[in-house]
Design a protein around this ligand. Structure first.
Ligand code: ADP
Length: 297
């Protein structure tokens, strides 16, 4: 396992318990951490990059203790935070050079070569002379990932990577991460967007209220929702009635009423047919049920 997390807790001074006994064994490849806002994802990410101390628990990264071997850990990690900012004074290539220097690449020839190669990899070579803060949103994201990758880290931590990106940039960004993950690197992708996980990750965890409520592959999560998604044809008043009792995930105007999809173990009193589940349905199913068998012990 590339990252081993045992009995991790984080209690903030104001009494917020952001992480409750989190246990995770994260393999190489793309790992997705999915959960609603406030689930504890950023807190976990910030602990993993040593920006925040846990209240208790242990983390080891490729066998190195997170808290005791900080320098080694830093050389192993690349981090792309949620709100990445660029200093106005740096051009794109200058910023990458700066990041490379910070991560310990002291040889200027090697550094220059690495920067040029990385600019090509992330598709920013043509804009290398542009000031970093003048790049488009998608380009800034790519420069963000470039600075996280420049020193060839073994683990890359990316917090809410596709927020604010248009669909084309989102796909491009995901592909860039997928290509990187093929080089025996662990990428941890934290997101509240189900689509980020389904198209990219082979392993995932679902977090809710500071706890891990599911760990496994997206396919396994999907399987648990099979036979639990229902399609119904309903009137306005029936829709209101159903909405009071079940999570309605899709509502499409149809005839005089609505065609809807509902996630539930069973639907009573309505004519409903089973609909094929997707990961979005599975996410709703898990959040509703908070399946106890997946809870950490
Ligand atoms: P997510 O990234 O999944 O949206 P966070 O890790 O940001 O979740 O937050 C988890 C919980 O911890 C939330 O209830 C949040 O309000 C709380 N929290 C986060 N940071 C702090 C802090 N510095 N002080 C107090 N509470 C915090």
């Amino acid at each position: 396992m590339s990252i081993s997390i045992k009995h991790l807790n984080k209690l903030f001074p104001n009494g917020n318990q952001a992480l409750k006994n989190v246990n995770l064994e994260i393999p190489s490849g793309m790992f997705g951490l999915l959960g609603p806002n406030g689930a504890g994802k950023s807190t976990l990410m910030r602990i993993l990059v040593n920006l925040l101390e846990p209240t208790s628990g242990e983390v080891s990264i490729f066998g190195h203790d997170l808290l005791k071997e900080r320098k080694t850990i830093r050389s192993l990690l690349g981090y792309l935070p949620q709100d990445f900012r660029f200093f106005a004074k740096y051009k794109t290539y200058e910023f990458l050079e700066y990041a490379a220097r910070l991560s310990g690449m002291n040889h200027s020839g090697q550094r220059k070569a690495a920067v040029e190669k990385m600019l090509e990899t992330v598709g920013l070579y043509d804009v290398r002379e542009r000031y970093a803060n003048k790049l488009s949103g998608g380009m800034k994201r790519r420069l963000g990932i470039a600075q996280a990758l420049i020193h060839n880290p073994k683990v890359i931590i990316v917090d809410e990577p596709t927020t604010g990106l248009d669909p084309e940039e989102r796909i491009r960004f995901r592909n860039l991460l997928s290509e990187t993950s093929e080089k025996n690197v662990a990428i941890i992708l934290s997101t509240h967007i189900v689509g980020d996980i389904s198209s990219a990750c082979n392993c995932m965890a679902l977090m809710n209220k500071g706890e891990v409520s599911f760990f496994g592959s997206p396919e396994e999560m999907l399987k648990r929702a099979e036979g639990k998604v229902w399609r119904l044809q309903v009137s306005d008043s029936e829709l209101q009635e159903i909405d009071r009792h079940y999570p309605v995930v899709v509502t499409i105007p149809s005839g005089n009423g609505w065609e809807i999809q509902v996630v539930a173990d069973e639907i009573r009193g309505f004519d409903a047919e089973v609909f094929p589940a997707n990961l979005e349905h599975a996410y709703v199913y898990h959040m509703e049920h908070n399946l106890n068998q997946w809870k950490n012990t």
